[in-house]
Write a protein that binds this ligand. Structure first.
Ligand SMILES: [Zn+2]
Length: 72
């Protein structure tokens, strides 16, 4: 029975956030755990519940990305 559920304990906490670079105007996805920039978002990008692993060598945690420009 134990081990059937591998979901992380903090579903709302593990969500990435986006941050705009005002020099370049590029929107970046950032790790919610350490804040490291992960990858830029293209115009019109849509990402739903996609899991990524942080690129930070001291972090490497998993986070979820939800991005839909239609919400703006
Ligand atoms: Zn991280």
């Amino acid at each position: 029975m134990i081990g059937n559920f591998m979901n992380p304990p903090e579903p709302s906490n593990g969500q990435a956030y986006t941050q705009k670079d005002y020099k370049t105007g590029i929107l970046w996805v950032c790790c919610p755990h350490c804040g490291k920039r992960q990858f830029p978002l293209s115009d019109g990008a849509r990402i739903e519940n996609q899991e990524f692993q942080c690129k930070g060598s001291n972090c490497k945690k998993l986070f979820l990305v939800n991005y839909n420009q239609m919400h703006l």
